[in-house]
Design a protein around this ligand. Structure first.
Ligand code: NAD
Length: 371
């Protein structure tokens, strides 16, 4: 579509955004990529470590609500593609404090769209080639019963949490900017991601880190909530497929064809952790407080807790469209992806320790001033 893509990636220091930046620059070592992130509690500058060596990599600390900074960043790097990940992303937090979700996910997305329109469509030379890709979630479609068919791109939106509603609002704005003004947009709605750099408030990293501390593994309700899971690098590959060949104005579901109940995932992680500790004494030496190092079966740590209010029962993705149109299929099967993820956390204790003890926040304050 665009021969040379010069990217502004919002939310670049978060879980998926940082994986995407690594993936993109691995495949476009000379490419221009401006990583834009406010560095909220979920953003970690260390997630981008190693990318400074790329000549076209730039980091901008900023809020997507800051129209002037968005505009100057787009101009400074002559950006022609926005890949928009920035969001408040944690459902539980959205239940306790929805305001931040409305501000970033809806108002912030609108600010980006406005600035993209003003630069790419309304400039003195008239419209210039561009693309705005919006990253969204399968949660906009609501919940499914056990026998319901999986979500398709034309499934009506029925968001149930403030998070899902705010993402649905942003999806509609992206659609409206395409339909009304002719902004060249695409949207992807993806299922649950897992992999490196995942913030330890989310299920899989939480389970890994709690096993390493011999702490309880909390399971909401009966643990039978079903989600589709996708390895984060596969999500990045899907986004690239859309950037390369996706049709303007279209949305694409991205999924793993991989439905799991929460309790089954937790048990899988427990078994894999116990097997890794049993097969390599290095892990018990490095993590003497881990349940398997103490001779415990990690599954003993499972503890059922009160369910999340309004907890959706099942999400499932029908990803036939992206497979058919863009020949995209996930490459990493779940047991392999889980094994890779566990090994990444075992090998990067400094990463999750910094995230959890707040020392990287201190580093940030000294680098950039208090956020
Ligand atoms: P994350 O919480 O790990 O990262 C979000 C990033 O956005 C953080 O680095 C944060 O600092 C930044 N950010 C937040 N508010 C900002 C603002 N106002 N201005 C600039 N930056 C801001 O989230 P994630 O899991 O990486 O999710 C990324 C995107 O993918 C989100 O849009 C989310 O809705 C979507 N998504 C996530 C999943 C998943 O399983 N994690 C699945 C489908 C879709």
């Amino acid at each position: 579509i665009l021969a040379e893509k010069r990217l502004l990636v919002t939310g670049a220091a978060g879980f998926i955004g940082s994986n995407f930046c690594h993936y993109w620059l691995k495949n476009h070592p000379q490419g221009i990529l401006a990583a834009y992130d406010v560095l909220s509690y979920a953003g970690n500058h260390h997630n981008l470590d190693g990318l400074e060596s790329h000549p076209g990599f730039h980091f901008v600390q900023g809020d997507i609500n800051d129209a002037a900074l968005v505009e100057s960043s787009l101009r400074a790097h002559d950006i022609n593609v926005i890949v928009h990940f920035a969001a408040e992303s944690h459902v539980d937090r959205s239940i306790h404090d929805p305001d931040a979700f409305i501000q970033t996910n809806i108002v912030g997305t609108h600010t980006l769209l406005k600035m993209a329109k003003s630069l790419w469509l309304d400039g003195p030379e008239g419209p210039v080639p561009h693309r705005f890709h919006h990253i969204s979630t399968d949660e906009v479609y609501g919940t499914l019963g056990p026998k319901d068919p999986a979500f398709r791109e034309d499934t009506p939106y029925a968001p149930n949490s403030p998070y899902a509603a705010s993402k649905a609002g942003s999806d509609h704005l992206v659609r409206a900017y395409q339909h009304t003004y002719g902004l060249s947009t695409t949207t992807s709605n993806c299922s649950n991601n897992y992999g490196p750099y995942h913030f330890p408030e989310k299920l899989i990293p939480l389970i890994i880190v709690n096993i390493l501390h011999n702490k309880a593994l909390p399971i909401y309700g009966d643990g039978q909530q079903i989600r589709d899971w996708l390895y984060v690098e596969d999500h990045c590959r899907g986004i690239v497929a859309i950037l390369e060949q996706g049709r303007e104005g279209e949305s694409y579901n991205i999924g793993g064809c991989n439905e799991w109940a929460n309790i089954d995932i937790v048990q899988l992680v427990c078994r894999k952790m116990d097997a890794l500790f049993a097969s390599n004494p290095r892990w018990s030496e490095q993590y003497p407080q881990a349940a398997p190092a103490l001779g415990r079966n990690s599954e003993e740590l499972i503890q059922y807790v009160r369910d999340r209010p309004g907890h959706d029962r099942r999400y499932a993705i029908d990803a036939d469209k992206i497979t058919r149109e863009l020949a995209f299929e996930p490459a990493v099967d779940f047991p392999t992806g889980i094994q890779r993820t566990i090994l990444w956390y075992l090998e990067h204790p400094q990463w999750w320790q910094q995230v959890m003890d707040g020392s990287y926040r201190h580093w940030l304050d000294t680098q950039y001033g208090a956020v």
